[in-house]
Ligand binder design. Structure first.
Ligand SMILES: [Zn+2]
Length: 171
């Protein structure tokens, strides 16, 4: 079974594949050749069917993490998925059993679930409402609000400062 840390990176990469670049929403997976290459690099098959599943689960997971949809929308992806136990070297191992082209989408859902269980409330959308990225807060205080302090944090601070200065001039 894939380890949780790797899958957290994998989940974030999928969630964060629709960034806003220069104010324009973009999609890293819009170029099918590039997207399929990425999927193959993430351990998938790189097929069109797999990409379709990943795009569907990306949309569902983004909506769930943003609180726009209940987690029920993830159910279709998990349909028919099982874990199969086997005994090897005196230990029981569990293997995910799912059609190969569905495995990446299922892994993304399982990574989301593992994160929600082990680190509840740590995965969240960036607090900059013009940013479409997500973050996993590993800090002790769990108070991180930006996907990146350098980008979104400073941009928002600068904007607030500008508004404060402008309001002062109006008064
Ligand atoms: Zn951000």
């Amino acid at each position: 079974m894939a380890d949780t840390v790797t899958d957290e990176g994998f989940l974030l990469a999928i969630l964060n594949s629709t960034p806003v670049v220069d104010g324009v929403p973009t999609d890293d997976f819009a170029d099918m050749t590039r997207a399929r290459g990425w999927l193959a690099g993430a351990g998938g098959l790189g097929t069109e069917a797999e990409l379709r599943d990943v795009l569907a689960i990306r949309q569902a997971l983004q909506a769930v993490v943003r609180g726009e949809q209940p987690a029920d929308v993830l159910a279709p992806t998990l349909q028919g998925v099982t874990y199969v136990p086997a005994v090897k070297d005196g230990q029981i191992t569990w293997t995910l059993s799912v059609a190969p082209e569905r495995e990446l989408a299922v892994r993304a859902v399982l990574a989301w679930d593992a994160l929600a269980r082990h680190s509840p409330g740590r995965l969240r959308p960036c607090a900059n409402d013009e940013c479409r990225l997500f973050l996993v807060d590993h800090s002790k205080a769990n108070a991180a609000r930006w996907c990146s302090m350098a980008v979104c944090g400073n941009r928002l601070k600068a904007r607030r400062h500008y508004q404060r200065v402008r309001n002062m001039q109006v008064e």
